[in-house]
Design a protein around this ligand. Structure first.
Ligand SMILES: CC(C)(COP(=O)(O)OP(=O)(O)OC[C@H]1O[C@@H](n2cnc3c(N)ncnc32)[C@H](O)[C@@H]1OP(=O)(O)O)[C@@H](O)C(=O)NCCC(=O)NCCS
Length: 158
């Protein structure tokens, strides 16, 4: 497996975060802009960036953005540059998100995803997420979503 390191993102990462975002979401999906990333960093939302080592160079490969709620956390977005997919980058990011949830002692982590996003759904299932709701027109008219939740007790040692 590729060596992946995870750390909190700061403002100096915004350019690379936007590149990951552009490579991962089409414009119809409402990709996060540099302004949005800046907003989340300034709000002290949880933003992890994953780097991989390529020819002795540290390259930003993916990120996970989490919004803390009262007794839960919402995984707002996770993305990995296509060049580095299938190598465990998202797995490491999600592992970090779950550690963070455990440290903050929240009861659950939840997210929304498109029902046809097989890669993401399989990833979430690996971490114990289960579908709890179907969200009609969540992504726009005729474009539904599903909500998935994992309770902290259900987290295994992934
Ligand atoms: C979903 C996404 C983040 C996965 O990133 P990744 O780094 O390639 O995932 P990993 O290599 O860590 O894979 C972890 C697990 O996810 C699942 N998975 C990832 N890619 C998969 C694919 N193409 N097909 C099926 N399962 C897949 C598998 O369960 C995998 O575990 P395994 O390798 O033991 O089978 C990535 O495909 C992505 O950025 N997609 C576009 C953005 C997006 O849709 N984000 C989610 C929005 S809700």
């Amino acid at each position: 497996m590729m060596q992946v390191s995870i750390r909190s993102a700061d403002k100096s990462d915004i350019k690379e975060l936007v590149e990951i975002e552009k490579s991962s979401f089409v414009s119809g999906d409402g990709p996060l802009s540099s302004k949005s990333f800046r907003y989340h960093i300034e709000r002290s939302n949880i933003l992890f960036i994953a780097s991989v080592n390529i020819n002795d160079k540290c390259v930003a490969a993916g990120y996970a953005l989490v919004l803390p709620r009262k007794n839960s956390m919402r995984l707002y977005s996770i993305a990995v540059n296509p060049a580095y997919r299938g190598k465990g980058v998202a797995h490491e990011l999600l592992k970090e998100v779950m550690h963070c949830a455990a440290k903050r002692k929240v009861a659950s982590v939840y997210l929304e995803v498109r029902p046809d996003n097989e890669a993401a759904i399989l990833l979430y299932r690996k971490f114990g997420f289960c579908k709890t709701a179907e969200l009609s027109d969540y992504y726009g008219e005729g474009s539904h979503g599903i909500r998935m939740i994992v309770s902290l007790q259900a987290i295994s040692n992934n």
